[in-house]
Design a protein around this ligand. Structure first.
Ligand code: KIV
Ligand code: ZN
Length: 514
């Protein structure tokens, strides 16, 4: 990759580190949809997965590599032959494939995890980079837990892997331990002491355990880092990774200070964030910077007064710049197939005939119970009806009786594989009764960790968007459902979580990294 002066490269790891966050696993189809959107967003590199981790990961990386043409596609590999060969097999069809290999550099990891000496680990790092370079010149190396490593050993490792062929060196704050001043100094130290740095791009990969991932990445950029590894909505291991939308908008909004740019099409940010939420069912907190529901909502009277007089008084960036537009009515009862197709194209979704028929039918059904259909409603239909892989469980009908004198009762029919199964459930309320009926039909009983309801748009006829989290193997598995009737939305969300859980069972990962 030819380094452009003043450009910060955006390495998106939503599909790899992001997917490791509890409850965020995606199936291959969903990963491909997100990869297409990341390409549209303009990220420079998509880390599509960790191919050796499971057959599902390998297959997803391979399909993304084949499909994505404008963006580099990276596959992660530990510093050993098996991982590197496997990563190469998965990414080799990409237009610009990158192997990202890593090994720990901190004494803590060497002593307690790898049980190897510094010399041994250095040798393995060099051998890995040499092997990866025999496949592609586009090789990235990460000394894992770099921020808790001995600085001079880090310099030695970085310098050795550059000699071996690495063109990008990524400095991970694996456990989210560093703070901005310290991390900035570490990057400066590497530039001052790695004598063969040449055109190598220094990248950073920060975790958010202390809430400092974005600040640490910015400090590194101030000291010469030119690639940032980040994820949409900041998802990732534990407290997550550097949030793409935050780092990009910080660089853009404070161009006066940094004098740097990215190639991100910022008006695609909100859509990408929404898409990830739709796919994983994990909502963004309302006060999340850039993409949270309140990010551009001014509540204080003094602020509102200032905004009316002049926007610059309280607005440092516009909602439009990140792709948030005022919600507007897009379709209604009388919108035909052509109008729907036209509008979907404007939103960036190209559907085949069969998919369009499905959406048109759903829009019509929704318009019977809800007067105006908004972009957000259309997206919910798309992700629930079109982009989902074939599910084991499907809702056929649901009838609920509740009230202050009734025993809440849900009667429902579901399709389980090829069979139609009916049951009734009682509960403390209509949602509880519905979940009881689902548990009885599916013969499952996973603990319910979370249940949350949101309105997708404004108005009392807005669709309810329900998120449910079930516990499986100690981890949360999320499901999402939307419908103007929140009880139906709840049933859809619970069933979606069960389907995701089935998918997880079939695609259990063999290996995990930070
Ligand atoms: O956090 C970390 O150290 C990682 C590496 C694999 C880059 O995710
Ligand atoms: Zn990480």
């Amino acid at each position: 990759m030819k380094k452009e002066k003043n450009r910060v490269y955006i390495f998106d790891t939503t599909l790899r580190d992001g997917e490791q966050s509890p409850g965020s696993s995606m199936n291959t189809e969903e990963k491909i949809i997100l990869a297409r959107q990341l390409e549209k967003l303009g990220v420079d590199i998509i880390e599509a997965g960790f191919p050796i981790a499971s057959d599902g990961d390998f297959d997803a990386v391979r399909q993304i590599a084949k499909e994505i043409k404008k963006t580099q596609v990276a596959g992660l590999a530990r510093a050993n032959k098996g991982d590197i060969d496997c990563a190469w097999q998965a990414i080799k069809h990409a237009a610009d494939p990158r192997i990202h290999t890593f090994i720990s550099s901190s004494d803590i990891h060497l002593k307690y995890q790898l049980k190897k000496s510094r010399e041994q680990v250095l040798k393995e790092a060099v051998a890995a980079v040499k092997l990866a370079s025999s496949y592609t010149k586009n090789v990235e190396f990460s000394p894992m837990d770099a921020t808790r490593s001995d600085k001079d050993y880090l310099v030695e490792m970085v310098s050795s892997v550059i000699d071996a062929g690495a063109c990008t060196i990524n400095i991970p704050d694996t456990v989210g331990y560093t703070i901005p001043d310290e991390f900035g100094s570490l990057i400066a130290y590497l530039f001052a002491n790695v004598k063969n740095m040449g055109d190598t791009i220094i990248s950073v990969h920060c975790h958010n355990d202390l809430g400092l991932a974005v600040a640490n990445s910015l400090a590194a950029i101030r000291n010469g880092a030119r690639q940032v590894e980040c994820t949409i909505n900041g998802i990732g291991e534990r407290a997550g990774n550097t949030a793409m939308e935050e780092i990009v908008m910080a660089l853009q909004t404070r161009k006066d200070l940094y004098g740097l740019y990215t190639k991100i099409k910022t008006d695609q940010i909100y859509k990408t964030s929404r898409q990830l939420t739709q796919i994983t069912g994990i909502p963004v907190q309302p006060n999340k910077a850039i993409v949270g529901a309140n990010a551009f909502a001014h509540e204080s009277g003094i602020h509102q007064d200032g905004l009316i007089k002049e926007k610059i008084t309280y607005e440092i960036m516009t909602p439009q710049s990140v792709g948030i537009s005022d919600t507007h009515i897009v379709l209604g009862k009388h919108s035909g197939r052509n109008a729907i197709s036209h509008h979907l194209k404007k939103m960036g979704y190209m559907l085949g005939d069969e998919q369009l028929n499905k959406v048109a039918a759903k829009v019509k059904a929704l318009a019977d119970i809800k007067k105006d259909i908004y972009d957000e409603d259309l997206e919910a239909i798309l992700y629930e009806e079109v982009y989902r892989v074939e599910d084991k469980y499907n809702l056929v009908y649901l009838n609920v009786v509740s009230g202050n004198v009734a025993i809440p009762t849900a009667t429902m029919e579901m399709q389980v594989g090829k069979d139609l199964v009916r049951a009734a459930g009682f509960g403390n309320g209509p949602v509880d009764a519905t979940f009881e009926a689902i548990r009885s039909i599916t013969k499952t009983n996973y603990p319910l960790l979370k249940y949350a309801v949101n309105a997708i748009t404004g108005g009392s006829d807005a669709q309810g968007e329900v998120t449910v989290q079930l516990k499986y193997n100690g981890n949360p598995v999320a499901g999402r459902g939307s419908h103007p009737d929140v009880i139906v939305a709840s049933a859809k969300a619970y069933i979606n979580a069960l389907n995701r859980l089935e998918f997880l069972k079939e695609n259990a990962k063999k290996v995990k990294v930070e």
